[in-house]
Design a protein around this ligand. Structure first.
Ligand SMILES: *Cc1c(COP(=O)(O)O)cnc(C)c1O
Length: 428
């Protein structure tokens, strides 16, 4: 059974926790900070990484590891780990390869929180970033790569710009410069896109979004494909290819092979920085994952139907959704997101901010929340909420126009969703 490659819909339900005879059918919450051993020697081996095993939940916890294993299997990766949030996943994924004095290159159309982490906070740590236009041609993007550049970063389906990344182009640029490609695959999830199949090396997720899917738990995940050859570019990645003094000189790439990157991020970064996910949250995320395949398909088909409805409505000024035929990213979406473009839609209402606010306030069950990718349909007016502090000029640069509405289409019955949107548009 384990030899056969299972389909994503099956892995969502059956992946990760594989109970043996008499064990609980449902993934248990191992609500314990610590784990018991018989001798000092047994525990000493764990601290030297000579033996694998649990000893303290800040490093590893069995509930978390089962959920990480499920996501790793869904992505087709070699090893994975959970983090306390998507932000922690982005930070760990990069900090595992970059130290002060290093540099990386990122697409500019990424999630606002990630942009801030890269442009402000990591710069304060001495890690520099260059942002590039992800739609520029290969040579143009490659110009941003310097001798101290350690990785390339982008989002499969950017939040909130809904730009689709040409993953193969980014992989070519990364690999011809001897660096890995890290992809934030939060919006598509492995149900709609598996970036490793297109050449990405490492994938991160905010599991807070579709993976949890019920808005109960903030969480993140990092998955390594195991494909990047650290030893081939050993001088660029000394953290993986030279002895770690904090573990009696262990060399991750030679000792752990395809598990090197995740082992280092766990035993070094998680040990020292401690952004672990609570096992309770991992349990809830796993319940969400069980229905991920069903939900993402439903979010995507509902999203497509709402986008088509809005694109034809005479009160709608413009719409961005890569599943629409005349969208700028339609061709890339057909290639990378053949199963659907998620439930997130950005559009503008004719008549500017005032009409836009009226529309949002007229909605009945589609609720105003700061969140996306929840089972419940929700809506946000970025100009007066998430981007409220920006002035008119800054709003324009961020692509957040006053009439912009961001809709996250849920999994309710499509007729009811369309009726709610229609009545709210009728009244303005
Ligand atoms: C929400 C989000 C994040 C940040 O995740 P948190 O779990 O909120 O920390 C990162 N990337 C993308 C694409 C997101 O949508």
């Amino acid at each position: 059974m384990s030899e056969k490659k299972l389909k994503p819909g099956t892995i969502c339900v059956q992946g990760g926790w594989k109970p043996k005879k008499g064990e609980s059918r449902v993934l248990p919450i191992i609500q314990s900070t610590t784990f018991k051993y018989d001798t000092i020697e047994q525990m000493g081996d764990l601290f030297d990484l000579k033996a694998a095993g649990y000893f303290y939940t800040r490093l590893q916890n069995p509930t978390n590891d089962s959920v990480a294993a499920k996501i790793t299997e869904l992505e087709g990766g070699a090893a994975g780990m959970l983090t306390s949030s998507g932000q922690a996943a982005s930070f760990f994924a990069i900090f595992n390869l970059c130290s002060a004095g290093d540099h990386f290159v990122s697409a500019s159309t990424i999630y606002g929180g990630t942009y801030n982490l890269f442009a402000v906070t990591m710069k304060k740590m001495g890690i520099d970033v260059t942002f590039v236009d992800q739609d520029a041609d290969e040579d143009e993007i490659a110009k941003a790569i310097q001798p101290n550049t350690k990785l390339l970063f982008g989002e499969t389906l950017a939040n909130p710009a809904l730009a689709v990344l040409d993953i193969e182009k980014f992989a070519r640029i990364a690999h011809s410069n001897g660096i890995p490609l890290i992809i934030d695959n939060t919006f598509p999830t492995p149900v709609n896109c598996r970036p490793f199949e297109w050449g990405a090396d490492i994938v991160i997720h905010s599991t807070t979004k579709y993976m949890d899917g019920h808005a109960t738990s903030v969480g993140g995940c990092i998955v390594d494909s195991g494909n990047f050859d650290w030893d081939k570019y050993a001088e660029k990645f000394p953290g993986l290819t030279t002895p770690d003094d904090s573990y009696h000189g262990v060399v991750y790439s030679s000792t752990f092979g395809k598990g090197a990157y995740i082992t280092k991020a766990t035993v070094q970064l998680m040990r020292d920085l401690g952004a672990i996910q609570a096992p309770q949250n991992a349990f809830l995320t796993n319940i969400g994952l069980e229905t991920l395949d069903l939900r993402v398909k439903k979010h995507s088909s509902n999203g497509q139907a709402v986008a088509e409805f809005l694109s034809k409505h005479d009160k709608v000024e413009w719409i961005v959704y890569p599943g629409l035929k005349d969208d700028k990213y339609y061709d890339l979406a057909q290639k990378y997101l053949p199963n659907g473009s998620s439930g997130v839609i950005s559009f503008g209402i004719k008549g500017g901010e005032e009409k836009c606010k009226q529309f949002i306030n007229n909605l009945e069950f589609v609720a105003v929340v700061t969140h996306v990718a929840d089972a419940r349909s929700s809506v946000l007016h970025p100009a007066s909420t998430t981007h409220r502090q920006l002035n008119a000029e800054q709003l324009k640069e961020a692509g957040v126009t006053p009439e912009l509405v961001r809709l996250s289409v849920g999994i309710e019955d499509i007729e009811d969703i369309l009726a709610d949107i229609e009545q709210a548009l009728e009244k303005i």
